[in-house]
Ligand binder design. Structure first.
Ligand SMILES: Cc1cc2nc3c(=O)[nH]c(=O)nc-3n(C[C@H](O)[C@H](O)[C@H](O)COP(=O)(O)OP(=O)(O)OC[C@H]3O[C@@H](n4cnc5c(N)ncnc54)[C@H](O)[C@@H]3O)c2cc1C
Length: 397
């Protein structure tokens, strides 16, 4: 494995998130963002887990100079909100194909083959991506697109199997961005399949990723024919790497800090309710309020995480809610919170419907989304930026 991504240590603090914002160089971003060693922000774990919001991130970037509203960075921020807009309208529907892709759903296998999970396909770009994912919990957007395209269009594995696997290993795993991006690559959420070849990899990735003489070393017409044929290309026999385990409960080192909900501990107090998607510093109104961290066991049974992600989230929650970290079903956690005089916090769509009963504030949005479901990203973006010229005219914080 090359050491291109070894520097990707994600420290679970808002100082680290702010430092990443301070490092953003918008002109270089726009010019180089497609390259694996390009000037991307690596903000995604912090955005997913609510260390910082998109309005705050953009405000930080704009402190160093104005940007037009259609700047590439603003545009990429908008993808995140677009996917959440689609999730808000489609709900559980995002976990099914939004429409038929190049082949019917039944043409794809429902399990991810072992050689892909073990980074042993023999196609360097794929095996490098899997190793980087397991080593860092982060992948550049282009690497995610290559991986998803290979899984779906060449190996004929259903996008859902790939999406569930990738979600578990990412530090920034976000159900809307992840599952809808897989659908975009698969062509079930877009109008054509995303395909790539060895030449494309050579343009944007370092030498160890180059994949000449492999199945992707061909032209786009041939790739399109492969994508439209129900026959999978054969798997590989490369050198395997162990897939890190996923955990539906916090691994033992962290588990010690979690307890059953304890109504008596919050009786009559004003508390800040924290969860994995709201890891921001306390707002002015919350200063001095005790934090209660809640983990909804049903969510984690359905969506297990890597030890790295548990560590990232768990360490931060330990700092924010040193005394009360509750683990249980929503039906136990919510009644215990009712003992508090008031509860403040920020909602996340990752928490189930039951959690809507708390008096949360909504996640602050940068873009004013259209009321009805936008049929495409470009429709969403034009509706949300109509009449605006400068990024500063968005809802920056
Ligand atoms: C198959 C696949 C799976 C993905 N899964 C996730 C996921 O689970 N969580 C996640 O946050 N992103 C996901 N993405 C989107 C994108 O790859 C990551 O947001 C991006 O690579 C994160 O790195 P960055 O912060 O350096 O991005 P930058 O390029 O620096 O972009 C800045 C921010 O803009 C947003 N953004 C940029 N590109 C996209 C995009 N295509 N879609 C949505 N938001 C975007 C992210 O919040 C990102 O942090 C996925 C993309 C693909 C193709």
């Amino acid at each position: 494995m090359n050491d291109l991504f070894e520097r990707d240590e994600f420290e679970p603090s808002t100082a680290a998130a702010r430092a990443r914002v301070a490092d953003v160089r918008p002109a270089a971003y726009a010019r180089t963002r497609n390259a694996l060693d390009g000037d991307v922000t690596r903000l995604s774990p912090y955005l997913t887990h609510g260390f910082i919001t998109l309005p705050q991130a953009l405000a930080g970037v704009l402190q160093r100079g104005p940007l037009p509203v259609d700047h590439k960075l603003v545009y990429e921020f908008a993808w995140r909100e677009y996917f959440h807009h689609v999730w808000a309208h489609e709900g559980e529907g995002i976990f099914e194909s939004l429409h038929e892709g190049v082949l019917p759903d039944a043409a794809y296998a429902r399990e991810l083959p072992r050689d892909i999970r073990e980074g042993a396909t023999g196609v360097p770009v794929i095996d490098q991506a899997v190793r980087t994912l397991y080593a860092t919990g982060y992948l550049h957007n282009h690497a995610r697109m290559w991986l998803a395209s290979y899984v779906v269009h060449l190996r004929k594995v259903h996008w859902r199997a790939g999406a569930d696997w990738l979600y578990g290993h990412l530090l920034d795993g976000d159900l809307a961005s992840n599952h809808l991006s897989w659908q975009w690559v698969a062509g079930t959420g877009s109008h054509k399949p995303y395909l790539f070849n060895a030449e494309n990899v050579e343009r944007y990735a370092p030498a160890p990723w180059h994949s000449r003489s492999s199945v992707v070393d061909t032209d786009y017409d041939s790739l399109d024919r492969l994508a439209r044929s129900p026959r999978a290309v054969p798997g590989g026999r490369g050198v395997p790497v162990a897939e890190p385990p996923l955990f539906a409960t916090p691994p033992s080192a962290l588990h010690a800090g979690f307890g059953a909900p304890a109504a008596a501990a919050v009786q009559g107090q004003a508390v800040r309710v924290l969860h994995a998607w709201d890891l921001a510093d306390p707002g002015p109104a919350q200063a001095g309020q005790p934090g209660v961290a809640v983990f909804d066991a049903a969510f984690h049974r359905r969506w297990p995480w890597s030890a790295r992600r548990w560590q990232f989230v768990g360490t931060r929650l330990q700092a924010l809610a040193p005394a009360q970290r509750w683990w249980g079903e929503a039906a136990e956690l919510l009644p215990a919170l009712q003992a508090a005089a008031t509860c403040s916090g920020t909602h996340s769509a990752h928490l189930g419907r039951a959690w809507k009963s708390l008096p949360w504030r909504d996640v602050p949005r940068l873009f004013q989304a259209p009321k009805s479901r936008a049929g495409s990203f470009s429709k969403f973006f034009s509706a949300a930026t109509r009449g605006l010229r400068q990024a500063a005219e968005l809802a920056v914080d």
